[in-house]
Design a protein around this ligand. Structure first.
Ligand code: EPZ
Length: 427
């Protein structure tokens, strides 16, 4: 298993290109199942999760053609996905186990083929993460769903029928599965208390380009008028707001200055509000964002994670690394997942002063972190340790780099190009 060795203390300076959002790309790829025509997706990040989704779609019968000309480093990949015939409607345990987002094939398979068998994802490092709300809403559209032998066994041979669905809590994946299913259902579906995340909006826009009829985009009520078929389209994936926020913190935590090329401020308002309050300077410039922290100590800010447009849970661990070296105290409350503080003991091993009380962590800033051997159990926790390592005195070794490879494209190269001392150790 690869590790990353970081020698901390170098202020980062330079330009980093922000790639396409992983969490937008995955549902967009699943949407290819909704049409027999070709869906051409550009600005796809080159990540392990994207490869896993391509493999799953391939098993279902989707022809996944990568455009070799477009695949130059840092320019985003182009995939042409053609689901002429769906030869198989089963998403097997082995792939779903590796990537929970595999469950996003459930809605499209059911809508297009009237049949889907998808392994139940099970819990993961950040929480129990059930998919009960996806299933309840699909049942409301008329699907018959049984759970047997670890699989979701769903049928809708006579098609899905639009209805009024109220999600009892905001679910990103649930909203995405239902948007895709409702696009091919008979009649009108209303999705109330729908997720408003930019990745959901991206999916809705792509579905519209494919011929779907969706209103209320960007609000918590999506109205979908089902159509009998969808067609192909070309669509570019939205820039990754979590990658943007992560590198913004890399600039701040090292006292450096980074130009984040292609980053969009409108997607990260809540994060930038917090970073600005902490003392980070963020300016929109030449189609990107300049992020700097060059004078004085940063100050602690209280934050609670919330569904969009609130502060994203996917930025909580990274912010905690920054707060660990800011002046004063900060209270960070995690309201989305019940077990997303796995980075806390590792940050404490690097000298951070953090106490967890239920869903809140009190972070008291320290002057310096010190390098250590650390490891984490999920993607964002891992990257928070990389950020801490960039600011720490001495050497930090982050183990289990495969978590980072699932969600950060060429992280080590991008950091190195901006002056960080980062080395990937194979094995
Ligand atoms: C998406 O996960 C993201 N993943 C996550 O990113 C992100 O943390 C999360 O949304 C919240 O923003 C992808 O987009 C691929 P949810 P998702 O359904 O869709 C509970 C990362 O690091 N819930 O919005 O699985 C659930 O347990 C990842 O990139 C139910 O109880 O999240 C959680 O507490 C990690 N029943 C909350 O809702 C359900 O049926 C929000 O989950 C569905 C969800």
């Amino acid at each position: 298993m690869d590790r990353i060795l970081i020698r901390g203390g170098q202020p980062l300076r330079g330009t980093i290109r922000i790639g396409g959002a992983k969490n937008a790309a995955l549902p967009l790829m699943a949407a290819s199942l909704l049409t027999k025509d070709t869906l051409s997706l550009s600005n796809l990040p080159d990540l392990v999760d994207i490869t896993t989704m391509a493999k799953l779609l391939g098993e279902l019968g989707v022809d996944v053609a990568r455009d070799p000309k477009a695949n130059v480093p840092d320019a985003g990949q182009v995939f042409r996905l053609t689901a002429g015939d769906i030869i198989n409607t089963t998403a097997p345990y082995d792939l779903v186990r590796r990537m929970r987002a595999s469950v996003l094939v459930l809605g499209p398979l059911l809508a297009r083929r009237g049949r889907a068998r998808v392994s139940l994802p099970g819990g993961c490092a950040i929480g129990t993460r059930p998919v009960d709300l996806h299933l309840k809403a699909l049942r409301q559209l008329g699907a018959r769903i049984d759970l047997a032998e670890g699989y979701i066994d769903a049928h809708a041979e006579n098609g899905l029928i639009g209805t009024h669905i109220v999600f009892p809590m905001v679910t990103v994946g649930g909203t995405e599965n239902l948007l895709m299913a409702a696009s091919l259902a008979k009649g009108r579906t209303v999705l109330a208390n729908a997720a408003r995340e930019p990745e959901v909006t991206d999916l809705a826009r792509c579905l519209i380009a494919m011929g779907a009829k969706i209103e209320g985009i960007g609000t918590d009520t999506l109205v979908v008028d089902g159509v009998s078929s969808l067609s192909g389209a070309s669509y570019a994936v939205v820039p990754d707001r979590i990658e943007t926020g992560t590198y913004a913190i890399a600039a701040a935590i090292t006292g450096g200055e980074l130009m984040l090329e292609g980053a969009r401020a409108d997607l990260s308002q809540a994060v930038f509000k917090v970073l600005s309050s902490a003392g980070v300077e963020i300016t929109e410039k030449n189609g990107g964002l300049s992020v700097a922290h060059t004078n004085g100590p940063l100050v602690g800010v209280d934050v609670m994670t919330e569904p969009y447009p609130g502060f994203p849970t996917d930025m909580q661990a990274q912010l905690m690394a920054l707060m660990a070296v800011s002046g004063g105290a900060s209270m960070i409350t995690e309201s989305i997942f019940e077990n997303r503080f796995m980075h806390v003991p590792e940050l404490c091993r690097m000298g951070a002063d953090i106490n967890v009380h239920g869903a809140s962590a009190i972070v008291r800033g320290v002057k310096k972190l010190s390098g250590a051997q650390v490891m984490a159990t999920d993607l964002r926790a891992s990257v928070s340790l990389v950020l801490a390592g960039l600011a720490a005195e001495g050497e930090t070794v982050v183990n289990r780099v495969y978590h980072l490879d699932r969600g950060y494209e060429r992280l080590d190269d991008k950091l190195k190009a901006c002056g960080a001392s980062v080395q990937r150790i194979a094995g």
